[in-house]
Structure formats: C-alpha cells, structure tokens
Design a protein around this ligand. Structure first.
Ligand SMILES: C[S@@+](CC[C@H](N)C(=O)[O-])C[C@H]1O[C@@H](n2cnc3c(N)ncnc32)[C@H](O)[C@@H]1O
Ligand code: SF4
Ligand code: SF4
Length: 331
C-alpha cells in the first residue's frame, strides 16, 4: 500500500454493546446530520489535495453499523475510489449475510472485528452471547471473501488469552490478528485494567510465541501482525512509530479533531475551523510532527523509530509525553 494519510472517523458514539474497557462511554450519544458528515468528508479531501496524498478512512464509532448514514458515507467514498480506500472497524455482532454482501460491494480494504479472549472472558468484557455473534459476523464476512482482521485489546484481565483468540481466528478463517494494549481513558479509567511492565513483557512474549507457532503450520492462512509499539522488541522487525498528528488524524462524533482517539487532545472543532488549517497551524499537531524523543530514551538505539513507544498510553498515564513507555525494559 502506498503511504496514505489516514482518517479515523468516529461516525457516532451509538453502540449496541457496552464493553467493560471501552473509552467511548463517557459522552452522550451524538448523531451529526448527514450534511455535517459530508462537510467533514469534504475537508478531508481538501487536506489530501493540499498534501498531494492519497487517503484511507477507518470508519468506526461507537458501532458504525448503528449509524443510519453508514452506507451513504460508503457511497461518498465510492465516488472517490481512486483517491480514498476504507476499512470498517466493527464489533461484528450486526454483520448479517446481507450486510456483509453490501459492504463487499463497496470493496473495503479490510473489516476489523474485535474479540477479547475465550468465550467466558470475551462475554464478560463485551457482553453475554457476543462470542457466538462475533463468529457469525466473521463467517459472513469471510463468505464474501472480505479480508478480515481480529483486534484484541490486552488488559490485565485477558492478556494471557491471546492464544485463544488466535485459535478462534484460525477456526473461522480470519486473515490477520493484531493486538495492542488497553489505554485507561473515559469511564474505564478507574477500572485498573492497564498492563504493568511485567505483564507487558509476558504479553509480548505470548504474542511472539503464537506468531512463531503459526509459521510452522502448513496450509495456515492466518497471520499475526506485530507492528504496534514495542512489539518489534520480540520480532526484530522494524520499530513502530506513532503517526498521530502527522499522517493520522481522528474526527470524533461531534466534529472535534484529535490527533488520535487514544490521545484525546481536542485541537479544534471542524464546524468552527477547517481541517487543513488545523493540520498546518495547530501547535500540538506541529509539536507531534517533531517526534521528540523522551529524555529516558535518548540513549536507546531504537529511539529514532520508536520515539518512546505507545505515546497515547504514556499520555494517559502521565498527562505528558516526555516519558518512556511503561512496558519497555530497556535501560
Ligand atoms: C472503540 S471500538 C469501535 C469499533 C467497534 N465498536 C469495536 O468494538 O470494534 C474500536 C477498538 O477500540 C478498542 N478499545 C475500546 N476501548 C479501548 C481502550 N480503552 N483502550 C484501547 N482500546 C480500546 C476496542 O476494543 C475496539 O477493538
Ligand atoms: S468497544 Fe466497540 S462495541 Fe464495545 S462499547 Fe466500545 S464502541 Fe461499542
Ligand atoms: S527505550 Fe524508549 S525508544 Fe527505546 S525501545 Fe524503549 S520505549 Fe522505545
């Protein structure tokens, strides 16, 4: 894929689930009218034009399939298919055969579905019966030959269950599994779910073990990607670098622009200020693009790429960015 400018678009907060770890719960459900959504889309196109870049939109929420304008937004993107690709980030529970077929007709880059562990743990976090419903959604997506990815959010409660998620992925023909750590934000903040240093090291080792196991299985069609923060420490692949504010921007359900959902610093609202102006001139975004290395990381050989690891987690924990990732054991 050519380097694209990514827009993470939280169409609305509305959701049919109420997951234990979710950062989307604090706000009141807001549903922008369609013409306001179109305004946001036009601003994004203007930004792409000015930067001479192609774009990719991750359509998310809340649950994007609860949004009445979901397919109308896909219609807009379809008109610009040479310029903008898209993916859908969904909880998978509303993906019927018909919905999967309809999504396929818009040619998504991939659809990402979330799962939090084995049946008991997943249903504890995502709600009773979701483990089974998610499988139905995945089967419907795979029947349409849509590239399907499983997302696993690692908390204290579930990080050891990553192997169960991989097993599930293989059983239902999921193409790729990826995982990142839980960020303490919103209502979930006081639930003490974030991994500490020891747990992070164990979680990364579990991921890598599963990845190596898959490499030795003949006719295996499921991969595990390990390109998120610190994961390179296990794989020796290239180090992840956070792109928030640089080639990633996020629009919230009310039009607020933030570098990333996981770094919820509002830099402006798109109905007061234009996305391109904010991108070019906002102090916080300009600062993020400098990719400053935290003091604790200055002597690290990976610092130029890693820049201190998972910036959003650091920001959530310390309310500042000049710190090393809590899960890194390099001194
Ligand atoms: C906010 S959801 C929106 C899409 C869809 N409703 C879903 O559940 O996949 C997108 C992803 O963010 C993850 N997520 C939610 N709260 C989080 C948190 N506090 N830290 C890290 N990831 C989180 C979810 O588990 C999910 O994989
Ligand atoms: S993680 Fe997704 S499905 Fe769960 S409550 Fe949040 S938005 Fe809804
Ligand atoms: S010391 Fe800092 S830059 Fe180096 S790997 Fe750890 S978090 Fe990344």
């Amino acid at each position: 894929m050519v380097k694209r400018f990514v827009l993470q678009w939280h169409l609305s907060e509305t959701c049919n689930l109420k997951c234990l770890h979710c950062y989307q719960e604090k706000h009141k459900p807001i549903q922008l009218p369609y013409d306001k959504l179109v305004k946001i889309y036009k601003q994004y196109k203007e930004l792409l034009k000015s930067l001479k870049m192609k774009g990719h939109i991750n359509i998310t929420g809340g649950e994007p399939l609860c949004n009445p304008y979901f397919f109308k937004i896909l219609d807009l993107i379809k008109e610009d298919h040479d310029l903008i690709t898209f993916s859908v980030l969904t909880n998978g529970t509303l993906i019927t055969k018909e919905i999967a077929k309809k999504i396929k007709s818009y040619d998504p880059y991939y659809v990402q579905v979330s799962l939090e562990g084995g049946r008991k743990t997943n249903d504890y976090i995502r709600g009773k019966g979701t483990y089974k419903k998610i499988a139905e959604g995945i089967k419907n997506l795979r029947k349409q030959d849509i590239f399907t990815s499983l997302s696993f959010t690692a908390t204290k409660l579930n990080y050891q269950e990553f192997p169960k998620v991989v097993k599930y992925a293989r059983r239902y023909g999921v193409n790729n599994v990826w995982s990142d750590r839980y960020i303490p934000l919103g209502d979930s903040e006081d639930k003490d779910l974030a991994l500490n240093l020891e747990q992070t090291r164990e979680y990364l080792a579990i991921m890598n073990k599963e990845r190596n196991k898959l490499k030795n299985i003949k006719n295996n069609h499921t991969t595990i990607s390990m390109y998120r923060a610190l994961q390179f420490q296990m794989t020796n692949d290239f180090a992840y670098g956070c792109t928030a504010g640089d080639t990633l921007l996020t629009v919230m359900e009310n039009g607020d622009l933030v570098p990333c959902r996981r770094m919820p610093i509002v830099v402006g609202n798109l109905f007061d200020k234009n996305m391109l102006d904010l991108y070019k001139n906002n102090k916080i975004l300009k600062e993020l693009r400098k990719k400053k290395i935290p003091d604790d990381c200055l002597d690290c050989e990976h610092a130029e790429m890693c820049h201190g690891g998972l910036k959003c987690l650091t920001y959530a924990l310390y309310k500042g960015l000049n710190h090393k990732d809590i899960g890194c054991d390099i001194h």
